[in-house]
Design a protein around this ligand. Structure first.
Ligand SMILES: *Cc1c(COP(=O)(O)O)cnc(C)c1O
Length: 495
């Protein structure tokens, strides 16, 4: 199986090359030229297997350049017991008769980005070998909090790689900053930027398009790659957990083999829900895909009207990882729904960059509405949902997951669809102690370490070990730069 671009279907590159490149040179997203099909017999075979074996089998369907043994080795290292604090890796928790939560936050940074960013470095370093690449890759990331930490944690001390993360000086939470400045690894760098997230992201984009800088780096033996990405190597490990979760729902007796489940996902860049779409297309019995947004409800509007319009304000919410106006991965979905029509996609994306909006044709709109239902939830609804699940069902969730749970309730009351539903739970409540304590009627008291203790004492849930240990870790990085000095920071880092 080869990969081509959503903006050029004549291109053909190998799976290893697709992972190494990350983004196609034409600006499109690299996508498998066909979607492998599985059946209930395949799922049946996965039932007795552990998460790591399931991951190797599913990924092998998409990565002909990698052997299944190789992939199993990667999965064993990426999802090992010293990295994930639950044996199941991504456990499925049944909360009531028709609702289960897929907990994707048991990894080292307590957010779902670990599921992909623990695997990507293995796929990428093997891809460098397979494609005969002898330069070193430098991953650059601008982060509003979660991605940068998860990427560093994944790439720390991986041979032939370096990683530099920029974050806005006053734009991340205390916990997130502590997670980043204490990062271990000889190949990592962290720098605070005087400015907001936009300034930081603009700076990183400027570095990527700076030809002179690229040349200087190439002379020193480096090439740049991104972790804020739409890299296929980030989507594929996410397909795995939907396939695996379906098996768990069958094992737990929540559904019979072959029975459909709905999937509800708190959505930002559209990566996580896109992975659920691929699982459905592969043949996992999935009904409706419920796309949940916070107050930044551009996707809700899009799914209802077929018009994507980014000309609107961006709000800061208590679910910051979903505060986003351009959901990059949507391009892959439109590509598939258009019947893999690259010219049509080029048209939409051109219109998006020129006018900030596009309207899809009737065919795509009909296909979207047949498979996706979009809804959104405001701040009060997010808090109320955390409180309601905690009080009525004894289940504690973070602010992002609460957006999904709230939208699921809206979907059920609008459609009367009683299908068993899997909700993607994307972060530990301990990453957002402040909002979660307030939501369940407590007044947060003290600094972030005291809030860990408070949330633990109130709810008797375990504090994730790696978050708890942050209190004692030495601060390794103290670098700050002006927003127009980021190039120099990178040059100094890559001496
Ligand atoms: C990144 C993130 C999301 C959004 O996922 P996308 O793949 O960008 O749609 C949701 N919740 C949390 C906690 C996240 O970190």
């Amino acid at each position: 199986m080869k990969y081509y671009s959503t903006r050029d279907t004549k291109l053909r590159i190998s799976s290893a090359e697709a992972i190494k490149q990350g983004l196609s040179q034409d600006g499109g997203l690299l996508t498998p030229e066909s979607i492998p099909q599985i059946d209930t017999a395949f799922l049946q075979e996965l039932l007795p297997l552990g998460y790591q074996e399931r991951a190797a089998r599913v990924m092998a369907l998409y990565l002909p350049d990698y052997t299944r043994e190789e992939l199993l080795g990667f999965a064993q290292r990426a999802y090992s017991a010293d990295k994930f604090d639950d044996e199941a890796v991504a456990p499925v928790r049944k909360v009531d008769d028709t609702t289960s939560f897929l907990e994707l936050w048991h990894g080292p940074t307590s957010a779902f980005k670990d599921m992909a960013l623990q695997m990507l470095p293995h796929l990428l370093s093997a891809a460098l070998k397979k494609t005969g690449e002898d330069r070193e890759v430098c991953i650059l990331a601008a982060t509003s909090g979660d991605t940068g930490k998860a990427a560093m944690e994944g790439f720390a001390d991986v041979p032939q790689t370096k990683i530099m993360v920029f974050y806005p000086k006053d734009g991340v939470s205390d916990v997130q900053e502590a997670q980043m400045v204490t990062q271990r690894g000889q190949n990592v760098g962290v720098c605070a930027v005087v400015g907001n997230f936009d300034d930081t992201q603009t700076g990183v984009k400027r570095i990527f398009s700076d030809e002179d800088l690229r040349k200087t780096l190439a002379d020193r033996g480096f090439f740049l790659s991104s972790a804020n990405s739409i890299n296929w190597g980030r989507i594929l490990p996410q397909v795995v957990y939907y396939v695996s979760a379906y098996c768990d729902l069958v094992s737990q007796g929540s559904v019979a083999m072959g029975e459909k489940v709905n999937i509800c996902v708190p959505t930002g860049n559209f990566g996580d829900i896109l992975a659920a779409y691929y699982a459905k297309r592969m043949g996992v019995p999935v009904g409706m895909l419920i796309c949940a947004s916070n107050r930044n409800n551009i996707l809700t509007d899009f799914l209802r009207t077929g018009i994507y319009d980014r000309n609107r304000p961006l709000y800061n919410t208590m679910s910051p990882s979903m505060d986003i106006l351009v959901s990059s991965n949507l391009e892959r979905l439109l590509f598939h729904l258009s019947g893999e029509d690259d010219a049509e996609i080029r048209g939409y994306m051109e219109s998006l960059s020129k006018e900030g909006r596009y309207e899809v044709d009737e065919k795509i709109k009909a296909a979207l509405q047949e498979q996706f239902w979009g809804g959104f939830c405001d701040e009060a609804g997010t808090s109320a949902t955390i409180a309601q699940y905690y009080q009525d069902k004894g289940y504690l969730m973070d602010t992002h997951t609460a957006v999904a749970a709230n939208v699921l309730a809206q979907y059920r009351s609008a459609t009367k669809d009683g299908t068993t539903t899997l909700v993607a739970s994307t972060a530990s409540a301990y990453k957002f102690c402040d909002c979660v304590l307030t939501a369940i009627g407590k007044t947060p008291v003290g600094n972030w370490t005291e809030l860990f203790r408070q949330l633990h004492e109130v709810t008797h849930t375990p504090v994730p070990r790696r978050l708890w240990e942050l209190r004692e870790l030495p601060r390794r990085f103290d670098l700050t730069c002006e927003k127009d000095k980021m190039e120099k920071t990178v040059l100094d880092f890559l001496q």
